[in-house]
Design a protein around this ligand. Structure first.
Ligand code: CTP
Length: 203
């Protein structure tokens, strides 16, 4: 079984020394990769900058657009897990020269492609597609909306408090069920998520 996982955060360049990024550590993506590998799956990770070390084959990318093109090149797979914290926006213009502080007050942004949705609605859609939601309010309601909007089979919902932490507490939200996994180390949570996905995948 082939599993593709995006992990870490993306960086969107402003100029040669500045970027837009986020605090994603890549810990959840790495824990999921290990858990799938332990089940005998062939796992590939595509990661933006992250502090973790991956124990499975990994391809490093920087921006969201780069991540999308490597994901597309890596298909077909059986299961796609979109665990990366992808920057929703990027600067409209990249400045090849370092911008002087006197020369700008604002940075104009444009939308990045939605990697998860693009893959989930594509002709090469893997059989099972998993998205993540990091919410700070109306958690379940937002996760249910995301499940439909992004055409996923499952949303792994967590609170933004989990960012960078070694522990996590998640909800698994699918069209037919909602299951809470109580707070535990990310390694244990990942094992539970993988068991759930395998069960759903095999029907
Ligand atoms: N995602 C993606 N490409 C993007 C943005 C997000 O693949 N450009 C994926 C993430 O990997 C994750 C899910 O979509 O699986 C998160 O959804 P998103 O709507 O980005 O969540 P938020 O960033 O929390 O969005 P919002 O602020 O609108 O709630």
């Amino acid at each position: 079984m082939k599993i593709l996982i995006t992990s870490g955060g993306t960086r969107e360049k402003i100029d040669p020394v500045r970027y837009i990024g986020n605090y994603s550590s890549g810990k959840m993506g790495a824990a999921l990769a290990d858990a799938f590998a332990a089940h005998g799956a062939e796992v590939k990770v595509i990661s933006g900058p992250a502090e973790v070390h991956y124990r499975v084959p990994m391809q490093r990318v920087e921006s969201a657009r780069e991540m999308l093109s490597v994901v597309e090149e890596s298909l077909p797979v059986d299961i796609f897990i979109s665990a990366a914290a992808v920057a929703d926006k990027r600067p409209k213009y990249y400045s090849a020269d370092k911008m002087k502080k006197e020369s700008f007050e604002n940075i104009e942004l444009v939308n990045n492609p939605d990697i998860l949705r693009t893959i989930a609605i594509s002709a090469k859609r893997p059989k099972f597609v998993v998205g993540f939601a990091a919410e700070s309010e109306n958690h379940l309601e937002n996760a249910r909306k995301k499940l439909t909007k992004k055409s996923c089979d499952l949303i792994v919902l967590n609170d933004i408090k989990a960012l960078g932490s070694d522990e996590n507490e998640v909800w698994l939200v699918s069209k037919t069920s909602e299951k809470k996994l109580e707070k535990a180390p990310k390694k244990e949570i990942a094992e539970e998520i993988v068991k759930f996905i395998m069960g759903q995948y095999r029907g």
